[in-house]
Design a protein around this ligand. Sequence first.
Ligand SMILES: Cc1ncc(COP(=O)(O)O)c(C=O)c1O
Length: 416
Amino acid sequence: MVELLSEKRMRELVRRYGSFYIYDREIIDQYTDQLQNDFAGIHFLYSLKANHNPDVAGFILSKGFGADAASLNEVRMGAANGLGQDEIYYSAPGKTDEDIRGAIRNAVLIADSLDEVERINRIAGEEGLSVPIGVRINPDFSFHGSGGRPSKFGIDTVQALNAVSAWEECANIRVTGIHVHLQSQELDAAILAEYYRRMFLLADCFQAALGRELDFINMGAGMGIQYSGRDTVLDTGRLGEAVREMLASFRVKFRKTKVLIETGRYAVGKAGFYVTHVLDKKTSYGKTFVILANTLNGFLRPSIARLVARYAGNDVPAGSEPLFTSLDAFEIASFRPEWEGTETVTLVGNLCTASDMIAEDIILPVLKQGDPLIISNAGSYGAVLSPMQFSSQRSPAELFLDETGRIYESGKLLEI
Ligand SMILES: Cc1ncc(COP(=O)(O)O)c(C=O)c1O
């Protein structure tokens, strides 16, 4: 991990920025290539909510990914990156009339409720438009079996099927696709394959009800990455093969239907590193604390996992995506060699709360003030989730490293 940058450059960046995220383009390239190679015939959407850094998003969208937008701002990001209306899918609960009006010409709107279908129809009429829309469905199955559950997302399958004939009467919309997203961070290819199979069957049901072929089936996200040593690596080759076989048999019914899969973390999760540095050290009642810059407020996920474990009294709290995955979801590295000496330390941040702790009683090489500390698996749900305004600290920077070692900040080349 420390091979990412030389110690000299890392120290220079710490001197300039204090703490920062650095995203490695080569790793994003590898993960996105892998998806595009393993899943022939599938169109991928990049979930901008995972990391909307302009260099990161620009790179992924330039590779042929469409955009999964969860807000009007994310629709605008997709459009600013040159994506057409049929490449941006706007799916989120609670859209306002202004959101709908603002996105209606730039994205395929995915209605999240029965009421929203009507509102889109009304607003399209007011704008003098007739638009294709999708509907988000809350299906009667889950990743782990059958049976629907109450959800704030989407419209229950039965409600949606009952509404189809009323939707067909709406003059300004045409339902052309369905969207489902149930879960993230799944590592078992067989579970994902079974989920996709159910998705095709669900789409078939909607096609039958509509009496025409759907333009798209958006199967949402789900592919996970290896955070801890306990995690298996998702076998995308096997999963891609299973999807290809399904696609081949379902093509009889979905001759032109675009099949979409969303991903945020698979594209960027492993490509991001969070770099903080040692501000101070102290020993209290025999415990050694290393005080770091911007931990809870700069990179929330390690602290929140600890917090949940502490209050749940559970060493292995179940992940709660996208807030955290597990306690051991990160590697922490420094440039100090172990042969210089190690010690047991507790890593805390510089906020005025004891909850600002990322690791307790771990063995690390002896650190000194100013030393950079590099945390892995910070590419997705890192900067976007962290409460950076807390206690008015300086926010971490976000940097982008290319294959030649050049570093950019918001598209601008740094001299370093
Ligand atoms: C609707 C939807 N799509 C896609 C994603 C992206 O998930 P992931 O980053 O795990 O791929 C999420 C994550 O919360 C989501 O809610």
